[in-house]
Each structure stands twice: as C-alpha cells, then as structure tokens.
Design a protein around this ligand. Sequence first.
Ligand SMILES: [Zn+2]
Length: 256
Amino acid sequence: MTLFDTHVHLTDERFDADRQAVIDNFEAEQILGVIEAATDEADSAAAVKLACANARVYAAVGVHPHAAKDVSKDYVNILGRLADSQKVVAIGEIGLDYHYDFSPRDVQQAVFKAQIALAKDLKLPIIIHSREATKDMMDILAAFAPLSGVVHCFSGSKETALESIKLGLHVSFTGSLTFDNARKVQEAFIALPMDRVMAETDGPYLAPVPVRGKRNEPKYVRHVIEKMAALRNMDADEVAKINIENAKALFGVLGE
Ligand SMILES: [Zn+2]
C-alpha cells in the first residue's frame, strides 16, 4: 500500500531523538510524502527547513489558534516570505479552538481571517483546525468562499462535513476515526464523496487503533485508510490511491 500523510508535526519534540530516522524510513514504508503542518512563526520556518532538506516532506506555514495571541507585528509578511519556497504547499494549520481558548476568541478570529486572506492572495490551499467553534468557523469560511483547503482532524457532524465541501473544501480524518466512540465522525465520513476525503495522522498525536496511545507517525496513516476502507466496503489499496490523488489535486504535491 502506498501512503501519503496529509498532516503531521515532525518538528514536535517527541521526534527529537529519531526525526531523521523516521523520515529516512519513508521509502521503505512506501510513504510517498507527508505534509508538515506548522503551529507558529518559528515552527513555520522549521517546517520549511525540514521540507527543503527532505524530498518527501512538504510544508504548510501558519499560526495555530493556540499561538494567535503571540504573533509578531509582521507575521503575515513573514509567512508570505516563507511561502515563497517551492516546498510550501499550504497555509496551515490555522483556525479556531474554543475548547482550550489559549488565545482570546477575537484574536483567534482576526489571525485566522488574515491568514485565509494571505492564502487566497498566494493561491494556496488552507489547512483548518476547528474545535468546538462550529458556528463562528462556518460563518468565517462562508464569508471567504469559494475556498480551497481541508478541514483537518474532522470531529464535527455529517451536516458540517457536507457544508464544508459545499464551500469547496476537503475533509480529513485522523486516528480518531478508528476509536470506539467515533460513530458520529464515521457517519460524517461515510456521507462524503470519496474525492473530498483525506487521511492523516496528526502525529505525534491521536495514534489510531491498534497503536492507540503510542507516539503517532506517518506510517500509521495506514490504519486510518484501512478503517476508511472497512467503513465503505472498499479495498484498502484503492482508498490509499484515492488519498494520494486527492492530496495531489489539493496540494499539487508529488510532481507529475
Ligand atoms: Zn495538527
């Protein structure tokens, strides 16, 4: 099975001991590539550096809602300059997180909107983080539609998933699709057309069953794909192929 992990955080300190070894294993594990999603300005620079040093790593640059309160005055220009790199394929991860509320909500919204505008300017897709913020999220997205991008680590309802694809977006699923209490997310997945869904790990977080609790890493995207295949009565290799085609179409990765 050939794999593509559409969202991972390899710059996380949980990869400090073996980051390069994990990346060097991609070929043997049939991982064609990964998208390294950034969380703040410094991490955006680190993501670009990692991508430039490793053919199979692509980067997204952006400020996560948790870090929205800490942006520098010039952050939009800083991200824009980083996005000049050929290996930058998206602006992300960006969005709203009302579960933790690490940044005030008005600040989260302002930083999110500024980065959507940047992405539209640069004609790059966005990678969206949305947690317990559905109403404000959908209002903001609708105001910017049509959009190109993906709602990452989808945790909402079937209705929100279908609304997202109407705005032009893809919807991506992590290991949480494999959990016992995942019925709502599974129903959302089943309701979506296959050309709009993607698989990701969000490593080091959210390791899927049967490796739940371990450090998550790109090779475990296989378990998300296998779950997708089981839920739709499809062949897992076919789902893996569709995941790669969708990642190519949205992010322009993997060349010709
Ligand atoms: Zn993430």
